[in-house]
Design a protein. Structure first.
Length: 348
């Protein structure tokens, strides 16, 4: 019997996955500072925007991507926790259009509460995903902490001509996403013991899947902006895309791919607490929200899909790429980028 078969990791943490993120409005306050950092013409992407990773020009048309991400368990299985946390961290490199280069681990472990053998399994999960991404888990740092925490710091490379940011969408662009929405709701249902047998493993399988598509999508000239959907939910990350470009967005709720039976789970109050913290940050900027769409659009995703805006002239090329890479379920756009209106996002 594996050492972790009787231990539920999610019972040792107050949050879960990217639902641990600090609410957007609170984060904005934290990041406010009167300090003026020295400018660098080599730092192409930094704190001046709300992007997924930093990018530094290293010459010869290449950029170095640097990012980090970590959180508390969203699943009970230790190997899956390591896989999910690692795939989530590596995703930031793919979201910029880059190729991951190497990773180092960030581990916090309550050594007096949980066996160290379970921590070893978390690291093993990370090694599996790093190998799948074609990189080494090259080192790391660990501390004794009250709750289990794991993630990676990841470096990557990008051909600067293919660099994609989250604030460069253009009016008329079509909006695509590449994974179904609802993993936060399913994870909450599992933690409460309410997850249906037929849904076990669905959320984990989606969260483990690498967003490698981003590296190839970045080579499509008509892809204008890209980000990944994580703790702020689809609505929060779409707000960043539209607001960052000085534009607005309209999405059709009926076209958004959702995991099965989310209405059943939300009726059982299987909703992450950060869902409502997210909404409190977004409410003034959104119109057309309903009870159902609020719970799903604000649901925090962990290693969620990519959110991609595409010039209509490149629609055929981009959708062919989706089919080629096995994303047939996601070839239909969910909305469009529009000129700035009274609200940043409208749901119809």
């Amino acid at each position: 019997m594996l050492v972790n078969e009787k231990i539920k990791l999610t019972q040792y943490s107050h949050g879960a996955g990217c639902g641990c993120k600090i609410a957007p409005a609170v984060l904005d306050q934290i990041l406010k500072s009167g300090f003026k950092a020295p400018s660098s013409d080599k730092l192409i992407v930094g704190n001046s925007s709300k992007d997924d990773a930093a990018v530094y020009d290293i010459g010869n048309g290449q950029g170095l991507i640097s990012t980090t991400d970590f959180f508390m368990p969203i699943v009970d299985d230790a190997i899956d926790f390591g896989k999910i946390a690692s795939a989530n961290a590596i995703s930031d490199v793919y979201a910029m259009g880059g190729s991951p280069l190497m990773a180092i681990a960030i581990l916090g472990w309550p050594v007096n509460k949980l066996p160290v053998e379970i921590a070893q399994q978390v690291i093993e999960g990370a090694q599996i995903i790093c190998a799948e991404a074609g990189i080494s888990l090259a080192g790391g740092h660990s501390i004794d902490s009250p709750e289990p925490i794991f993630g990676l710091a990841v470096s990557g490379l990008i051909e600067l001509k293919n660099l994609k940011q989250n604030n460069t969408a253009q009016t008329g662009d079509l909006i695509y996403i590449t994974k179904k929405i609802g993993v936060g709701i399913l994870a909450t249902a599992e933690k409460k013991g309410l997850l249906k047998q037929e849904h076990k493993g669905i959320a984990a399988a989606q969260m483990i899947r690498l967003n490698k598509l981003g590296e190839k999508a970045a080579r499509v000239k008509g892809v204008t902006a890209m980000t990944d959907i994580t703790g702020f939910g689809l609505l929060g990350h779409l707000l960043e895309v539209a607001e960052g470009a000085g534009l607005s967005a309209e999405i059709e709720y009926s076209k958004i791919p959702l995991l099965d039976d989310l209405d059943f789970y939300t009726s059982q109050s299987c909703v992450p607490g950060s869902c409502f913290r997210n909404w409190n940050s977004y409410e003034p900027k959104v119109e057309g929200i309903t009870g159902d769409s609020l719970l799903t659009l604000c649901d925090p995703q962990t290693n969620g899909g990519l959110l991609i805006t595409v010039n209509p002239a490149s629609r055929k090329e981009f959708e062919q790429l989706l089919i080629q890479e096995g994303y047939n379920e996601f070839i239909n756009p969910i909305g469009v980028i529009k000129n700035k209106g009274d609200k940043i996002v409208t749901i119809v």
